[in-house]
Design a protein around this ligand. Sequence first.
Ligand SMILES: Nc1ncnc2c1ncn2[C@@H]1O[C@H](COP(=O)(O)OP(=O)(O)OP(=O)(O)O)[C@@H](O)[C@H]1O
Length: 267
Amino acid sequence: MNAIDITNVHKHYGSLHVLRGLTLSIPKGECVILLGANGCGKSTLMRCINGLAPHDQGDIRIFNESLSQLSKPRLRTLRQKVGVVFQQFNLVQNVSVFQNVLYGALGQQRLGLLSTLSCTASQTLRERAMKSLDRVGLAHKALASCRELSGGQQQRVAIARTLMQDAHIIIADEPIASLDPKAGREIMDLLLEVVSERGLTVLCTLHQLELAQQYGDRIVGMKAGTVVLDTPREAAALSDMQALYQGDTRVEQTPSSSTTRQPLKAI
Ligand SMILES: Nc1ncnc2c1ncn2[C@@H]1O[C@H](COP(=O)(O)OP(=O)(O)OP(=O)(O)O)[C@@H](O)[C@H]1O
C-alpha cells in the first residue's frame, strides 16, 4: 500500500501558483529525499501533505484516505499519523525536554493539553515519553530546559516527539540545515534507524546531494512547483541532481500555464 498518493495537486498563495499539477506516490516504508532549489515549493508540498495548508486542486491521499474528503475529527486522527521534523526544531523552549516529548501525544485518543502536562499525564504516557527519549539517547536530559540543548540534541527531542506521536509517516523539512556536518549525519543516522525499526515512511528535504544519495531509497527532484526527477538512489546521477539548481527553479520565475487554473465563470 502507498503511504502517500499525490495526484495532480495545485496550490496557490494568492496569485502565486506554487504547486503546479504535482504527482507523487510513496510506498509504505520508503525513504524519499526531496531535492530542489529554494522557493521551488518543497515546504508547501509538505504543508499540504500534513494538512497544514489545504491544496486547491487535485488529490492527496494518506494511507488511501483523501484529505479533502475527510471530516474534521477524521482529519485530526490522520494528521496524528504524520510526524513533522523542522529545520528550527519547533520545540517549546521554556519547558522541559520531557514535556516537549509528551506534547507528541497531544491529539491522541482526544488527549488534551491538560492530560499531556507532566503533572497530570498518566503513568503510561510518562513511560512512553521516557522510552522515546531513551531511544534518541537523551533520557539523562529529560528535566533540562530545551534552550540548554545543542541544535543536534534539540533535533533528537523533535524525533522523540514524533515517536511519542506514534507517527507512521515522517515529514522532515531540512532537518539538518542548522547543524554542523557531523551533527547532521548523526541526526540522519538516527532518523533512518528509528524509521527502519518501525517501518515508517519518510519524505525528507535536504540540500546536500551526497547525503541524499546516502540516505534516500529514492530521490525526487522539484523545479518550479513540479516533479522533474524521480529515481532510485542507485540510478541517481549527480549531474541530474545538480541540474535541479540551475535555470528557472523558483515558482516566481516561471509563469504558470493558463491551463492549470480554471478561470471563474461569468455569471
Ligand atoms: N504562507 C505563504 N504565503 C505566501 N507565499 C508563500 C507562503 N509560503 C511560501 N510562499 C511562497 O511560495 C514559494 C515556495 O515556497 P516554499 O517555502 O514552498 O519553497 P521551498 O522549496 O520549500 O524553499 P526553501 O528551500 O527556501 O525552503 C515561495 O515563493 C514562497 O515565498
